[in-house]
Design a protein around this ligand. Sequence first.
Ligand code: GRF
Length: 191
Amino acid sequence: MALKKIAVFVSGRGSNLSALINRQREFAYEISLVFVSKKDALAIEVAKDENIPVKVLDKSTFLEETVLIDELKLHEINFICLAGFLWKVPSYLIKAYPNEILNIHPSLLPKHGGKGMYGMKVHEAVIQHKDTESGITIHLVNEEYDKGKILFQTKIPIEKNESPLSLSKRILALEHRYFPEVLHRLCTNEK
Ligand code: GRF
């Protein structure tokens, strides 16, 4: 079966991007294009090191349909992954890729999701609320932040004396393990 071509959208350091790239040989996809929303994002180096075309987006290009869609078509992109991407996805993109955009979130949605909930803020909220568990959610993207159909969740217990930092490290390890697998399943249509 032909490999599915993936575009990854990133805003930050790109450790999930690395995980997706590192495991693509095992799976039914290839990372073909990377879009970055910050010109100093570490993710740019991750893509360059792998010779993957990388484009820095400014907000107006992102919101303007033709440029991005042309680029995605040019690279024959089948699916999109948001891997720590902070901008809201515009409707034209959701319509162009219905049920084909995947996001990863570092909590058990619907807990600790929504606008402004990203990075350490999520883990701080988990500790502050005295939650007994946390985890990751991998979901399809629709028009509302963090509310698309959930494809995968897994949990871990909060340890005694857990800090947001220690929790963030344990959660990140889960993300790296499962994001490539869930993307593979989406690409191969497995439930
Ligand atoms: C991850 O925790 C992901 O769940 C969230 O943003 C973070 C991105 O980290 N959406 P990285 O850039 O992949 O290292």
